[in-house]
Design a protein around this ligand. Structure first.
Ligand code: ZN
Ligand code: ZN
Length: 361
């Protein structure tokens, strides 16, 4: 059986002629990793019909051949990887080189143009389109990250108390994630209490938690390079009717979407599974963001679940499902789980906690 990375390279190469290119310069590091396994922080990958050349620097002289040596020609450069690319491009026979226009800086695009005698062709999301569909190992890595995320939160929830700061909670959660093997925090942990939870992307702050408030926690874990992305909203001590009702509505909308998502649906239809219910109860304006995003080597990748997303959700994609209701001055509720669109329907990769957890805070 061919190495899956070689199969990925072949699939991407096969897609190039239809777009008018013979070769692709891959500069986006998650794409380099997906195509070769190389996980370092500096690399250029030139994919042509007859070879894959990975150019990196001396820091990775040991790591790069180990990770990528079986599926790419590894070139270690002591000075500049761009200078080395220029020398590599001097000897190639192809005419049209695609560059990743969605990530390459204008300066670097100019640099490639200046060093290549043929034509350069801006191309966006070519590798990303393929990355949407996860294989078994990728799904397993996201599931492992999701499990680790659930365990870390479960560990720290009983320790949360009124009077401490959001930052204290974030710090204990991040430590618990690391202790359990998370490689990194894929994004800044959000711990938003009381009225601050009305801001969907609030950062953790020095604000002190108080009894009777809802606490929104949005955090990630990473295993084997793959991310999980989870949001829970919990109560600090007793909560009132409205807090319960808003929580329940978000929860019902989230369940509806988690169970109803299917590959082949458009991203808009997926988004509507949750949005229609929230809107029907009069909270449509309070759910200002899209329902979810793809998840993999990056925490935000294709496909999108959004009112503006007409593309069909591919079989094998992993997406987040994260409806929310945010009311200025009052607070917010968001629940987020990660779902794999498997052959037999949607499969939760995170714990799918539904009951409102009331902490003895
Ligand atoms: Zn999140
Ligand atoms: Zn998310």
């Amino acid at each position: 059986m061919p190495d899956r990375r070689s199969a990925r390279q072949a699939a991407v190469l096969n897609a190039l002629p239809a777009q008018g290119a013979d070769a692709l310069l891959v500069t986006h590091l998650p794409n380099v990793r997906w195509l070769t396994g190389f996980s370092g922080s500096a690399a250029l990958l030139l994919l042509t019909a007859d070879r894959a050349s990975l150019i990196t620097d001396f820091r990775y002289a040991g790591q790069a051949p180990e990770e990528a040596g079986s599926v790419a020609e590894v070139i270690i450069e002591r000075a500049s990887v761009w200078d080395r690319l220029q020398r590599v491009l001097r000897d190639v026979a192809f005419e049209t080189l695609a560059i990743e226009s969605h990530v390459l800086s204008v300066r670097d695009a100019e640099r490639v143009r200046g060093m290549f005698r043929g034509r350069t062709l801006p191309m966006a999301d070519t590798v990303e389109q393929f990355r949407q569909v996860k294989d078994d190992d990728e799904v397993a890595a996201i599931r492992a990250a999701g499990t680790l995320a659930s365990e870390a939160l479960a560990e720290i929830l009983p320790t949360i108390h009124a009077g401490e700061r959001e930052l204290d909670v974030a710090s204990r959660l991040e430590a618990a994630l690391r202790r359990r093997g998370s490689e990194w925090h894929p994004f800044q942990t959000i711990v938003a209490s009381g009225p601050r939870a009305a801001h969907p992307h609030a950062r953790s702050s020095p604000r002190q938690l108080a009894r009777g408030e809802l606490l929104l926690i949005d955090y990630g874990a990473q295993v084997g390079g793959y991310c999980a992305d989870v949001t829970r909203t919990v109560a600090l001590g007793e909560v009132d009717e409205r807090q319960r009702a808003v929580y329940q509505l978000v929860c019902d909308a989230q369940r509806r979407a988690c169970l109803g998502l299917r590959s082949g649906m458009s991203g808009r239809e997926g988004d509507a599974l949750a949005r229609d219910l929230i809107s029907s109860r009069g909270y449509g304006d309070a759910f200002g963001h899209s329902l979810g995003h793809g998840l993999g080597l990056e925490v935000h990748e294709a496909p999108r679940l959004a009112a503006t997303a007409e593309a069909a959700l591919p079989a094998g994609a992993v997406v987040t499902v994260e409806p929310g209701i945010y009311l200025a001055g009052w607070g917010g509720v968001r629940l987020e789980d990660d779902v794999w669109l498997g052959p037999d329907g949607p499969v939760l990769l995170t714990d799918g906690q539904t009951e409102l957890i009331i902490l003895d805070a």
